[in-house]
Design a protein around this ligand. Structure first.
Ligand code: NAP
Length: 287
């Protein structure tokens, strides 16, 4: 990578960001297309996001940014314009700079949907979905699934209040979808038996010591089991689902396609998805 006087600078704003694989993925994409662009990590402490973005706003060669934990909601307040999907989701994960105007987008939901279609050939239209968790990732996925015309979404929350709030928000936007908020403790074999797709949108499974979210012995072989977690690539939920014969999808595809969409929003060029996928895989292997 060579940086010139004309290099356009992009990056990721989050805290912590040291673990982020996005710089590896986006820089590989810029290089593959011969773009004089660079993507760097910006470690922005909680509370410092508005100041950090204000500083970037004044930089002429700032091309755009990704936003990650804990700033996705703060970004919604700090940008000048908000795309319809970011407004519906209530969070921004991508900022685009157009003639000095900062526009907030959210590519997480589309990333999940593309991964569902491309990695496991699943069309969610008409399907019954169980969503574990009601945080930022769950919101983006629920919105994308609703846009893709699923028949039913049941949100299982640790805090039922957060699950209810997500469901009541979705009800206002989508009248033709069955929406239900339950507690995680309500997840039993009978309910599981009525689902086509089960999605983990909690961080449970990132650490080997995490206790399971429910009794994974209840999983049926005709379920598609998805986990938004990408590290480890196979969480205990997915490992159990594999043993039961379920179809599986981990969070690597969502990470890839949300990044590919962000790349396209910044550069206006088609993202080199195979190159980005390879960069992610090399990152996983510590290469
Ligand atoms: P978040 O906004 O903090 O939400 C986390 C959700 O998980 C909340 O509903 C929370 O419950 C629930 N939760 C947390 N710990 C739990 C536990 N021990 N038991 C039961 N529920 C628990 O986080 P997020 O941004 O949605 O991220 C969630 C996961 O998705 C993370 O692992 C993240 O890496 C992954 N993710 C992946 C991608 C991708 O590109 N692959 C994109 C986004 C997110 P409460 O409501 O009770 O707090």
């Amino acid at each position: 990578m060579s940086i010139t006087g004309k290099t356009t600078v992009c990056g990721i704003l989050g805290y912590p960001v040291a673990h982020s694989v996005s710089p590896r993925m986006q820089n590989a994409a810029f290089a593959a297309l011969g773009l004089d662009w660079v993507y760097i990590p910006w470690a922005v402490r909680p509370g410092a996001f508005p100041r950090a973005l204000e500083a970037l706003r004044g930089i002429e060669n700032f091309g755009g940014a990704n936003v990650t934990i804990p700033h996705k909601e703060a970004a919604l307040e700090a940008v000048d314009e908000i795309s319809p999907e970011a407004r519906s989701i209530g969070a921004v994960n991508t900022i685009v700079r157009r003639e000095g105007i900062l526009v907030g987008h959210n590519t997480d939901g589309e990333g999940f949907l593309t991964s569902l279609r491309e990695e496991v050939g699943e069309d969610p239209r008409g399907k019954r979905v169980g969503l574990l968790g009601a945080g930022g990732g769950a919101k983006a996925v629920a919105y994308a699934l609703a846009e893709a015309k699923v028949a039913e979404v049941t949100v299982f929350g640790r805090s039922q209040e957060r699950a209810r709030s997500l469901v009541s928000h979705l009800r206002k936007l989508y009248r033709n979808i069955e929406l239900l908020a339950l507690g995680l403790q309500d997840l039993h074999a009978g309910i599981l038996g009525q689902l086509d797709i089960l999605i983990n949108a909690t961080p449970v499974g990132m650490k080997p010591s995490d206790p399971p979210l429910f009794d994974y012995g209840m999983l049926r072989e005709d379920l598609l089991v998805c986990d938004l977690i990408y590290r480890p690539a196979e969480t205990p939920l997915l490992a159990s689902a594999r043993l039961r014969g379920c179809r599986l999808l981990n969070g690597c595809g969502m990470l890839l396609y949300q990044g590919a969409r962000a790349f396209e929003l910044w550069t206006g060029q088609k993202a080199p998805v195979p190159i980005m996928r390879q960069a992610l895989a090399e990152g996983e292997n510590g290469a």
